[in-house]
Design a binder for this molecule. Structure first.
Ligand code: ADP
Ligand code: AMP
Length: 214
C-alpha cells in the first residue's frame, strides 16, 4: 500500500499519515521531518534546507528527490509506505513515478486532505511540535494532557518558525502555485481521493480508512 498525502500546509497530512502508518504497519516518511532532523543535527543538507524553509519556500527538487527515492527502496518499505509532504512539485512527482516504474512498482493512492485557506492560519498558529520526539499537537484541536509538555516524551513544545503568521502566507502561496497542480496530476493518473479535512481528526481518519479498506 503506497500512499501520498496531499494538501495545504497545516491541512492535517502529518496527523493522518501517523495514524495510517500505525493502523496499517507501514513507515511514515515526512520530508519536513527529515529536513528538521537534519537541521537539528547540523548537517550540510540541514543548513541548505533551512535557508529555504525559514522563508516558507520549497527546498530545491534536487535536494529532495534522491533522498525520498533512496528511502522508499529500503527494506521496511517493501509492504508500502505513506509519503507526507512529498511530492510537492510536478517534477518531484515525475521523478517519483520514474523511479517506481524502474522498480516495477506504482503508487496506489494520493489522498488530498482538503481544507480551505481560511482555516489554515488558525491550524498553523495553534500547532505545537515537541522539541524531543517531533510529535504534533494543537492548542485547541489536539491539546496535550499537561500544558506545554509532550504527552509522548515529556519534553517542551514549540511553535515552528515557519508556522509564524508572516511565513504562513508565503507557504500558502507556494502551495497554490507549485503543489496544488498535483491534484490534477493524480486525478489524471486515476489515483486521487479527496477527504474533507475540516472534519474532526477521527472523522477524517474514518473517511481515509473507508478509502483504504479496513
Ligand atoms: P500538515 O502535516 O498537513 O502540515 P498537521 O498534521 O501538522 O498538518 O496539522 C496541522 C495542525 O492542525 C496541527 O496542530 C494538528 O494538531 C491540527 N489538526 C490536524 N488535523 C486536524 C483536524 N481535522 N481538525 C483540527 N485540527 C487538526
Ligand atoms: P512540512 O513539515 O511538510 O510542512 O515541510 C516544512 C518545509 O520543508 C516546507 O515548507 C519546505 O520548505 C520543506 N519541504 C518539505 N518537503 C518538501 C518537498 N517535498 N519539496 C520541497 N521542500 C520541502
Amino acid at each position: 500500500m503506497k500512499i501520498i498525502m496531499l494538501g495545504a500546509p497545516g491541512a492535517g497530512k502529518g496527523t493522518q499519515a501517523k495514524k495510517i502508518a500505525a493502523k496499517y504497519g507501514i513507515p511514515h516518511i515526512s520530508t519536513g521531518d527529515i529536513f528538521r532532523a537534519n537541521i537539528k543535527n547540523g548537517t550540510e543538507l540541514g543548513k541548505k534546507a533551512k535557508t529555504y524553509m525559514d522563508q516558507g519556500l520549497l527546498v530545491p527538487d534536487e535536494l529532495v528527490v534522491d533522498l525520498v527515492v533512496d528511502r522508499v527502496k529500503q527494506e521496511d518499505c517493501k509492504n508500502g509506505y505513506v509519503l507526507d509532504g512529498f511530492p510537492r512539485t510536478i517534477p518531484q512527482a515525475e521523478a517519483l513515478d520514474k523511479a517506481l516504474t524502474d522498480l516495477g512498482e506504482k503508487m496506489d493512492y494520493a489522498i488530498d486532505v482538503d481544507v480551505p485557506d481560511e482555516n489554515i492560519v488558525r491550524r498553523m498558529s495553534g500547532r505545537r511540535a515537541c522539541v524531543g520526539c517531533g510529535a504534533t499537537y494543537h492548542l485547541e484541536y489536539a491539546p496535550t494532557k499537561a500544558e506545554g509538555i509532550c504527552d509522548v516524551c515529556g519534553k517542551e513544545l514549540i511553535l515552528r518558525d515557519d508556522d509564524k503568521p508572516e511565513t504562513v502566507t508565503n507557504r500558502l502561496n507556494v502551495y497554490h502555485e507549485q503543489t496544488q497542480p498535483l491534484i490534477d496530476y493524480y486525478t489524471k493518473a486515476g489515483i486521487l481521493k479527496t477527504v474533507d479535512g475540516t472534519a474532526d481528526i477521527e472523522d477524517v481518519f474514518q473517511a481515509i480508512v473507508e478509502i483504504l479498506g479496513a
